[in-house]
Design a protein around this ligand. Structure first.
Ligand SMILES: *Cc1c(COP(=O)(O)O)cnc(C)c1O
Length: 235
């Protein structure tokens, strides 16, 4: 089996899971975007996924991502791709991140928002951002505590350089994913009152995408189920 066949089969299975999960709650699969998390995998895999029709890719480390984005552009010149940052970003990496990322999915502080806004200035066009929500308030995992989301959203909205598109969360390991995604769903419905364009709910990974879709996810971030197990530790 070639790598292309393997990825094609995995993609078929993931799309089937998304369709079944949507069907179970009366949603349309077209309303759930599939974001391929390609961290630790080579640009050649991104090229194959692109050939198979995927257009959205996510990375969690700046250095790895900037090299991969450049390599993908060489492998598939002219192919359209939208790159997402889903990892923690040190403020001193803001300039590098905005050089390759189309959307920053893990914004969790006003300080990072300011660093990104400053870095975006002059790149020609705002940077799309999602606020990463800490559904259990544990600061160790990153994410903005639920009670601080409204203030951070206001801050982002006042910046001319950042475009608030919605929220993102990772279900804490020790929490029931349905419960975690319910918290996120409540956060986004409050957020939309003041920021109607913030419609994206990025939730669900290989292990819990069905629960996320049941709680309103509009974007699932899938790594393992598409690409296989990661051998390298991913911080
Ligand atoms: C790695 C990662 C994923 C993908 O996780 P899988 O379980 O491999 O599907 C999703 N979201 C974030 C933020 C990640 O770091």
């Amino acid at each position: 089996m070639t790598r292309r066949d393997e990825l094609s089969e995995n993609l078929r299975e993931v799309r089937e899971r998304i369709a079944v999960a949507c069907g179970a709650v009366g949603r349309s699969p077209e309303d759930v975007e599939l974001l391929a998390v390609t961290k630790t995998f080579p640009a050649s895999d991104v090229a194959l996924l692109s050939d198979l029709g995927l257009v959205a890719f996510a990375e969690n480390r700046d250095q790895e991502a900037s090299a991969k984005v450049a390599e993908f552009a060489e492998l598939r010149p002219g192919a359209s791709a939208c790159w997402h940052m889903v990892g923690n970003v040190q403020r001193n990496k803001a300039r590098s991140v905005v050089s390759w990322a189309d959307r920053m999915d893990t914004l969790d502080s006003t300080r990072l928002a300011d660093a990104l806004a400053k870095a975006v200035g002059g790149r020609g066009g705002p940077l799309e951002v999602l606020i990463q929500v800490s559904v259990d308030g544990d600061p160790a995992r990153g994410g903005c505590p639920v009670d601080d989301v409204a203030a951070l959203a206001e801050h982002v909205a006042r910046s001319g350089e950042l475009d608030l598109r919605g929220v993102m969360a990772v279900a804490p390991l020790e929490m029931n994913p349905l419960e975690a995604f319910s918290v996120l769903q409540a956060v986004v419905s409050r957020l939309r009152r003041d920021h109607p364009a913030a419609t994206v709910v990025s939730a669900g990974m290989s292990g819990d995408l069905e629960d996320a879709i049941a709680r309103g996810s509009t974007c699932v971030r899938v790594g393992t189920a598409l690409l296989g197990g990661r051998t390298l530790a991913s911080p």
